[in-house]
Design a protein around this ligand. Structure first.
Ligand SMILES: Nc1ncnc2c1ncn2[C@@H]1O[C@H](COP(=O)(O)OP(=O)(O)OP(=O)(O)O)[C@@H](O)[C@H]1O
Ligand SMILES: [Mg+2]
Length: 297
C-alpha cells in the first residue's frame, strides 16, 4: 500500500512523522519502505543516520541502478528500508514529466507492505502527482493559521488537478475550458465552491454523471495536526475539516493530533527517530495510536 505524506508548509513535521511512523509500522511486523521525495531538500536520511548510503534515489535517476528497488538500503530498524534523497544534485527539484512518470511506475512496482512517500513542501505539480498515487493520503500541518491555510490551498490545487485530469483523459475539452474560467474566484457565474462547480459542469456535460462525486470521495485523507498544545487546537482542526468539506466537497477524512514534544529536536540532533530514544513520549504514543487506527481504516 502506498501512503503519501504531504505538508505544504515547510518544517511542520512531515519527515519526523514519516521516520517514526515507519519504525512503528516495522515493529508491528510490516515490511516498510520510506522514500524521500523531497527532491532538492531531502533529509529523511538524517533521521535514519544513513548519511553515506551506497545507493539513493539519484542512483535510480542517473540510471546507475536499473530499478527503484535497487536504490533501497536497509536501516538500523527491523523491517524498515529507505530510498535516500542524500547527495544534492542541482536542478533536481524540477524533474521532467517523463522522469516523474517513470519514478511513479517504479514506486507502484515496489514489493513492500507499506510504501511511505515523504514529500516536499509547496503545491508544485510534481508534489501533487506524487501525493495522488497514495492509496492513503496524509496531510501534516501545525495548528498555526498559516500552516492550515497552506494545507487548504494544497488540497484545493489537488482537487482541481484531479478534475482537470479527469476531463483531459476523457477528452471533455469543452468542459475543460469552463473549468479554467471557474478557477477564478471572481467568476461571473458566482460559483464559489467545488461542489457548486461540479454541479455546474454536469449541466454543461450531462454524461459526466456521478464520476465527479466518486473522484472527490476518493480524495479522502488523514490530517495530522502536529505540535498541538492546547484544547483550542481541536477547534482549529474541526474548522479546517469542515472548510474542506464545504468548499472542496471532500467529506472523507480523519483527524489525528500529535503533541508538541521537547525531545523531538533532541532525537533529530541524535539522528534517530524519537521512538528509538524515548518510546514512552507523548508524541510516540500518538504515533502508535495512529498505527492502530491506520490498520483498520
Ligand atoms: N511534535 C513536535 N514537537 C516538537 N518539535 C517538533 C515536532 N514536530 C516537529 N518538530 C521539530 O520541527 C523540525 C522540522 O520537522 P521536519 O523536518 O519533520 O519538518 P518537514 O515538514 O519535513 O520540513 P520540510 O518542509 O523542510 O521537509 C524537526 O526537526 C523538529 O525539531
Ligand atoms: Mg521534510
Amino acid at each position: 500500500m502506498i501512503v503519501s505524506i504531504a505538508g505544504p508548509k515547510g518544517g511542520v513535521g512531515k519527515t519526523v512523522f514519516v521516520a517514526n511512523f515507519a519504525v512503528a509500522l516495522g515493529k508491528k511486523g510490516y515490511k516498510v519502505i520510506a522514500l524521500d521525495l523531497d527532491l532538492g531538500a531531502a533529509n529523511l536520511h538524517v533521521l535514519f543516520n544513513a548519511m553515506q548510503a551506497e545507493v539513493s534515489l539519484y542512483s535510480f535517476l542517473d540510471k546507475s541502478v536499473a530499478t527503484l528497488a535497487e536504490a533501497a538500503v536497509s536501516t538500523e530498524y527491523p523491517n524498515v528500508f529507505l530510498v535516500s534523497g542524500a547527495g544534492h544534485v542541482p536542478g533536481l527539484a524540477n524533474i521532467f514529466y517523463q522522469t516523474k512518470m517513470k519514478l511513479i511506475r517504479h514506486i507502484k512496482k515496489l514489493e513492500y507492505d507499506i510504501i511511505l512517500l515523504d514529500l516536499g513542501a509547496g503545491s508544485a505539480y510534481n508534489t501533487l502527482d506524487f501525493y495522488s498515487i497514495g492509496q492513503k493520503k496524509i496531510i501534516v500541518t501545525n495548528p498555526e493559521i498559516t500552516s492550515v491555510m497552506n494545507s487548504y490551498s494544497f488540497l484545493k490545487s489537488y482537487v482541481f488537478r484531479k478534475i482537470e485530469r479527469y476531463l483531459r483523459e476523457n477528452r471533455r475539452f469543452e468542459t475543460l475550458t469552463y473549468l479554467s474560467e471557474l478557477k477564478n474566484p471572481e467568476n461571473t457565474l458566482g460559483l464559489k465552491t467545488v461542489p457548486q462547480i461540479v454541479e455546474y459542469l454536469k449541466t454543461k456535460d450531462s454524461t459526466l454523471g456521478d464520476d465527479f462525486e466518486s473522484a472527490l470521495n476518493g480524495s479522502g485523507f488523514t490530517v495530522i495536526f502536529n505540535r498541538t498544545k492546547k484544547n483550542e487546537d481541536d477547534k482549529i482542526a474541526k474548522a479546517f475539516c469542515s472548510l474542506v468539506n464545504q468548499y472542496l466537497g471532500v467529506s472523507n477524512y480523519f483527524i489525528v493530533r500529535l503533541p508538541e514534544d521537547e525531545n523531538l529536536p533532541v532525537s533529530v540532533a541524535k539522528r534517530k527517530p524519537l521512538i528509538e530514544i524515548d518510546p514512552e513520549s507523548p508524541f510516540v504514543a500518538g504515533i502508535e495510536d495512529f498505527v492502530e487506527k491506520f490498520e483498520i481504516t
